[in-house]
Design a protein around this ligand. Structure first.
Ligand SMILES: Cc1cc2nc3c(=O)[nH]c(=O)nc-3n(C[C@H](O)[C@H](O)[C@H](O)COP(=O)(O)O)c2cc1C
Ligand SMILES: [Mn+2]
Length: 502
């Protein structure tokens, strides 16, 4: 198999695997679907296809990415690391040696050659064409997610623009607050490529918005690629098949042929509106702020188009897995510039930009600090607020172990680096918006060359004794609870945790 070719194939696959439930009861896209979805996401439950949403003829899909397993299924990969491997294979390509290697090399080159989108003449996304007054966002089951949200928001769009100077395409996921049947706000944050295209434009910028794509292309819209790299190329590479594009009806933009719905329109340079409040992925409401206004000129769609949505809020939510996909897929690219990085983890509870745990092959004094500065200089990772650096043998995904290293190896006066720099647009903690403090914690082993005392060795049992006890274990007759790892409180003892917290 390969990744699903469009949203319908994806839905069929999810349904076959018992990963999707069709909800036929009538539901309200105003808050009710959020609460249903919230309970489902938090329980690791299925994707939800609401077939009967009050006031709309279109089904509403939520939670398509809501578990690690579904996120991997989206790429037709056994794990997100396997997706990353495909990328590192190409990034680290060496001149091939023998015939077999040459054949494999050609396969890899083909995967790159197939990455570029290709143009087609007719497309499912244009089965229905609505222009002028016929085009109306009122037709769609757009969710109002949280009680204090300013309005309903389109939350899972792939927004397409072109850089007016270079012509290079950009695709990004930016929420759109419904202002009326033919207008929305466009939440282009200041660090984002879509906003840069808009700022470089005179008069007005044409915009197309694709809704309901195959899952890999939807993911790609959220991927933090460098500005000059087209997200649809990444989508083509990860799908193993080019994204097919068709010319939009009222704007000079090519749009994904397989989309369920396309919104076409423009954004005037000088028109701003109050966007928000919006219950955001920070877990708090983002207050109103001025953002540009999108005007709808046409709406094209499939017959019986399915409208996709996502709910963000206090983590964990569905977007956690889009974030985890990025964390895994971008590791090989990060290693290209910072090869001493072994692995990293962006905790879901840290809303991705709040905390980064990174393990390194430490080779010289100050190496941890070098890597902190590298991360603060890397693409969207530059917005990271706190970084914890550990040695290569520490599992960055095991937060208990990381905390152990921070406690055991850190002299706060010596090992905590406080600095400042750009912060996430939505971070409400810094005194000023966009800019503030950052913290790096060096939890690596140190030694006399860094001015400390001799570092003590870690305790480890000998492999011989471990093997002996493995062999003899049944003789001892000791019953063990496998979930109580090393006396730690396991995930399964939630009630106990809650008790301890009081
Ligand atoms: C569900 C979801 C919603 C998002 N909403 C926004 C948003 O409203 N505004 C924004 O600037 N970025 C948002 N992002 C992050 C961007 O999609 C991400 O930074 C992407 O890389 C932007 O594309 P660009 O790098 O081409 O600008 C969202 C991401 C996800 C997964
Ligand atoms: Mn981009």
């Amino acid at each position: 198999m390969s990744p699903p070719r469009d949203l319908r194939e994806w839905i069929a696959r999810l349904e076959r695997e018992g990963e999707l439930v069709r909800v036929t009861a009538e539901v309200d896209a105003d808050l009710e679907t959020t609460e249903i979805n919230d309970r489902t996401v938090k329980a690791g439950g299925p994707a939800l296809l609401f077939e009967n949403v009050k006031g709309s003829d279109h089904p509403l899909l939520i939670n398509q990415f809501g578990t690690e397993q579904r996120m991997s299924m989206a790429f037709d990969a056994p794990s997100l690391d396997a997706v990353a491997e495909k990328l590192s294979d190409v990034l680290e390509m060496q001149p091939p040696q023998g015939l077999m290697e040459k054949m494999r090399g050609l396969q890899k080159l083909k995967s790159i050659a197939d990455s570029r989108p290709k143009t087609v003449r007719s497309a499912p996304c244009q089965e229905v064409v609505l222009e002028g007054e016929d085009a109306s966002l009122d037709l769609l089951p757009i969710q109002k997610c949280w009680p204090d949200d300013a309005s309903a928001f389109i939350t899972l769009p792939a927004v397409i623009t072109h850089d007016p100077r270079s012509g290079v395409r950009n695709v990004g996921m930016y929420r759109m607050q419904k202002l009326g049947p033919r207008a929305t706000a466009m939440h282009w944050q200041i660090h984002k490529d879509g906003r840069a295209d808009y700022l470089a434009t005179d008069g007005k910028i044409e915009v197309a918005v694709a809704l309901g794509l195959d899952p890999v292309t939807t993911y790609s819209a959220s991927a933090p690629l460098p500005k000059h790299i087209d997200e649809l190329m990444l989508a083509g590479f990860l799908r193993g098949e080019p994204v097919e594009l068709v010319r939009a009806k009222t704007v000079g933009i090519e749009v994904p042929a397989n989309a369920e719905i396309i919104l076409e329109g423009y954004i005037p340079k000088d028109e701003l509106t109050d966007e928000g409040p919006f219950g955001d992925h920070t877990g708090y409401y983002t207050p109103p702020e001025k953002f540009p206004v999108f005007h709808l000129t046409a709406m094209t769609m499939r017959r019986d188009a399915i409208y996709p949505s996502i709910v963000v809020g206090k983590p964990p939510q569905e977007d956690a897995w889009l974030g985890k996909a990025t964390e895994r897929i971008f590791l090989p690219a990060i290693r290209m510039t910072v090869p001493e990085i072994v692995d990293y983890d962006l905790p879901i509870a840290g809303a991705f930009h709040n905390c980064c745990i990174v393990s390194i092959r430490k080779a010289f004094p100050g190496h941890a600090q070098k890597v902190m500065h590298a991360i603060w200089g890397l693409g969207m990772l530059s917005l990271t607020k706190a970084i914890v650096v550990v040695d290569e043998w520490v599992d960055v995904h095991d937060y208990e172990e990381v905390l152990f290293r921070v406690g055991a190896n850190v002299d706060p006066q010596r090992d905590v680096l406080i600095t400042e720099g750009p912060l996430d647009h939505l971070d409400h903690a810094p005194t000023r918006q966009f800019y503030g403090g950052k913290m790096g914690i060096d939890a690596t082993h140190k030694g006399p060359e860094e001015g400390t005392r001799e570092w003590p060795p870690e305790i480890e049992m000998t492999p011989e004794v471990k093997a002996l006890v493995d062999r003899r274990w049944s003789e001892y007759g000791i019953p063990l609870d496998a979930s109580a790892r090393n006396g730690r409180i396991s995930q399964s003892s939630r009630p106990l945790r809650r008790l301890l917290r009081r």
